[in-house]
Write a protein that binds this ligand. Structure first.
Ligand code: SF4
Length: 444
């Protein structure tokens, strides 16, 4: 009796996973459709891509540019600190919080990378995600499936179930109702919070400015909490000037969402202040009195100086995930927490300590994640920066194997092994989806 209940729940979990992958594919297909429709509306798309590639080549790991950015930001009244490790970054955030027990937060990959929310929560600080997708994941206790559409894999029914428990009332499985409820809840926290933390899409060195890009309008709310705006950004986010940063934003928006422009681009180059009364400088009017930027290294300098430097050219648009056949079958288990797909896996192997309990169930060791890649090169061909992730995966695979086979035989073995696994998983997934549809039709 007990055994049949546990195998039933195992199947239920597998069905749920299959439904999530179907929801993710549906969301990804919508983005691809929008990209096809809008590609002609972006002037000189190819020219913009090669301009961005050149910008990243000169900016990544460029210490002179980093120092110039720090100088300009400080001249503009922004407090800048450098964190070499994840521990240092977390401790700097803790210091900046100065006893505040509530922190509103917007989407930021670097906060996920350093495990900020987990550590702050364990220290008794309430951290509230203000991006709708991230708030949903926070309430579900789930990990993202796309850098800018983190909850793409969840259906409105699943979300409504979780919210019904959270709000202790029945929530209708309708997108508008879900967003309305979350907006109301997030507004309450925004009103209460004195400090907000955001990431940064780019930092412009010449002007000493931080660029924030969003569609929901939440980021500017977080950034204008009265006491302090903490910005956490990787040192790879430095661009020579605002114009080059905007070229990246244009491409990032198009590849992440399929849209030609994002709803909001905020360029922040100093704290809120006025000198309107007898020229006395008063800090804090409608925005934060203080802005503190924490630039996180966390292995980036080492990667920038290594043969893997190209990984840091990534602008986080998620285009590689949209086109990766392995990701379309394995979903976000082809990744490590928030580092998704082939590029995410190699980045986390090089830059992060991945604790055993954070590994997806399919992996015995973090290097197992490399076996999933099919070496098809679709990610590279579709990446706006043409990042050669497949070659990096092949190199890392060879480095982490016992040298039994020579490189060519090993590559052939890896190719066959990954395809056998992929075909098997794809067939199993389609069977589960068929069962799921039969169950649904049976119920209706
Ligand atoms: S080469 Fe690997 S990571 Fe890139 S698209 Fe193919 S399967 Fe995905």
């Amino acid at each position: 009796m007990h055994r049949s209940t546990s195998s039933q729940s195992k199947i239920e979990k597998q069905l749920e996973r299959a439904r999530r992958i179907r929801a993710m594919r549906k969301a990804f297909n919508l983005v691809k459709k929008r990209q096809r429709a809008n590609a002609g509306r972006i002037s000189d798309l190819e020219g913009r891509k090669s301009r961005l590639r050149k910008t990243r080549e000169i900016s990544v790991g460029n210490r002179t540019l980093l120092n110039k950015a720090i100088e300009s930001l400080r001249e503009n009244g922004i407090k800048v600190q450098l964190a070499h490790t994840r521990e240092e970054a977390i401790s700097l955030v803790m210091n900046e919080l100065a006893g505040n027990r509530l922190l509103v937060k917007s989407k930021s990959n670097v906060t996920k990378e350093i495990g900020l929310t987990k550590t702050l929560t364990a220290a008794g600080i309430e951290v509230i995600e203000t991006d709708i997708g991230d708030r949903i994941l926070q309430l579900c206790g789930d990990v993202p499936s796309h850098p800018t559409g983190p909850a793409s894999h969840l259906t409105r029914h699943e979300i409504a179930d979780v919210l019904s428990t959270h709000f202790n009332k029945r929530v209708e499985p309708k997108a508008e109702a879900i967003v309305g409820l979350l907006r109301q809840e997030i507004s309450t926290y925004l009103y209460e919070a004195a400090v907000g933390i955001t990431g940064a899409n780019a930092v412009a060195a010449e002007e000493g400015a931080v660029l924030l890009v969003h569609n929901e309008g939440n980021i500017i709310e977080v950034a204008t909490r009265p006491e302090k705006h903490i910005v956490l950004a990787g040192i790879d986010k430095i661009y020579p000037c605002i114009e080059e940063a905007l070229n990246m934003v244009k491409l990032q928006t198009f590849y992440a969402t399929g849209s030609v422009s994002t709803s909001f681009i905020n360029i922040i180059s100093g704290p809120s202040q006025t000198a309107d009364i007898e020229k006395q400088l008063i800090k804090g009017v409608h925005g934060a009195r203080e802005i503190c930027l924490i630039l996180v290294d966390n292995h980036r300098s080492n990667i920038a100086d290594s043969e893997y430097r190209e990984l840091l050219y990534c602008i986080g648009c998620g285009q590689c995930l949209l086109t990766c056949p392995a990701y379309s079958v394995y979903g976000n288990s082809f990744g490590m927490e928030s580092q998704l797909g082939g590029r995410g896996v190699v980045y986390s192997l090089l830059a992060e300590e991945v604790p055993g309990d954070a590994l997806p169930a399919a992996y015995n060791s973090k290097y197992d994640s490399l076996d999933i890649c099919l070496s098809c090169r679709k990610c590279q061909r579709n990446c706006p920066l043409a990042i050669d992730t497949p070659s990096i995966i092949t190199r890392l695979r060879l480095q982490n194997r016992k040298a039994v086979l020579g490189p060519y035989l090993q590559a052939a073995y890896d190719f066959i092994n990954s395809h056998v696994k992929w075909i098997g998983t794809a067939i199993w997934l389609e069977s589960l989806l068929l069962v799921s549809s039969l169950i649904r039709h049976g119920k209706s």
